[in-house]
Design a protein around this ligand. Structure first.
Ligand code: UTP
Length: 292
């Protein structure tokens, strides 16, 4: 049912400067893969067949990462490094299944999503923000696709955050709960802790109805002067279109921040049988005082 996914990768990544001066934030590596590869693999596991990237100048490395690399492939083949060859070949997105659209200015997530408006044929599509990495037995988007029904309207993955953190998220005002789903009566972008209706926060996984393009097309500036996706969702709620929060099984890391990125590296290394013993000794050594 959900066959198209949008990956906005046109942001500035200013919280990760200077690392992101010449390298896209979405190409930052967690353990051994760039963030965007985790997101694309998650989308594939959920049955996605069409991959739309909203890019900007300086993000060419993302396009190259999912392309073939003939000279490298030939060298690996000639040297008999067949495992490595398979590893890089499996990353490729088959021809005709990837589309790269330029967002000319980083006007906000809502605007980035709107840039995909002419290229989605189905009623609903997935949206993945690669800087949110979700570690889960069943990949997060797959859980959402399995749980989704058209009555859910727009579906957003949610987590509970601390009250002091609500000003970093879109926050739901929850009307009702049923199993892993919550129905929202409204949504607000980056409220202050005093004004937040709850601590139920949206993370970077969505299933959106294509009617979202209409309110996003108004190009209304919201929090931080950006065109916010949450404002588009709220306009649809005002028109009685449902908004559903989905509590997934798994752990999300905000890899757009240094702390979140570090946590993701540690968690994924700890889950890797080969790396775990090394990680344990590294962690033990951390307690030693630094030599002058
Ligand atoms: P963020 O809110 O993390 O913004 O965007 P950012 O610009 O990447 O990072 P900071 O805040 O400067 O550190 C969430 C996602 O939306 C994309 C980003 O690339 C990221 O994947 N995005 C954001 C766009 O594609 N275009 C935009 O105008 C804004």
């Amino acid at each position: 049912m959900i066959k198209t996914a949008v990956f906005p990768v046109a942001g500035l990544g200013s919280r990760f400067l200077p690392a992101t001066k010449a390298i896209p934030k979405e190409m930052l590596v967690v353990v051994d893969k760039p963030l965007i590869q985790y997101a694309v693999e998650e989308a594939r596991a959920a049955g996605i067949e069409k991959f739309i990237f909203i890019t900007s100048q300086g993000k060419e490395a993302i396009e190259d990462h999912f392309d073939s690399h003939s000279s490298l492939e030939l060298t690996l083949q000639a040297r008999g490094k067949l495992e490595d060859l398979e590893k890089i070949r499996s990353i490729r997105i088959p021809e005709g299944q990837a589309l790269f659209i330029r967002q000319h200015e980083p006007l906000g997530l809502g605007h980035a999503v709107w840039c995909a408006r002419h290229y989605i044929q189905e009623e609903s599509f997935a949206l993945l923000l690669a800087d949110d990495l979700v570690q889960a037995k069943v990949p997060c988007l797959q859980q959402m696709v399995q749980a989704y029904s058209p009555e859910d309207g727009n579906m957003v993955a949610v987590i509970d955050v601390n009250k002091e953190e609500v000003n970093r998220y879109g926050i739901l005002d929850v009307k009702s709960k049923s199993g892993s789903k919550v129905r929202a009566k409204s949504v607000v972008e980056k409220p202050s802790p005093q004004n937040a209706p709850s601590t139920t926060a949206i993370i970077g996984r969505y299933i959106l109805h294509t009617s979202i393009f209409e309110p996003l097309g108004f190009k209304k500036q919201g929090a931080g002067g950006e065109i916010q996706l949450t404002d588009g969702l709220q306009t649809m709620v005002n028109a009685n279109f449902p908004l559903t929060g989905f509590r997934f099984d798994g752990q999300r890391y905000d890899c757009g921040t240094k702390v979140g990125w570090l946590q993701a590296n540690l968690a994924l290394a700890a889950a890797d049988q080969e790396l775990r013993p090394y990680l344990e000794s590294v962690m033990m050594n951390l307690n030693r005082p630094l030599s002058a």
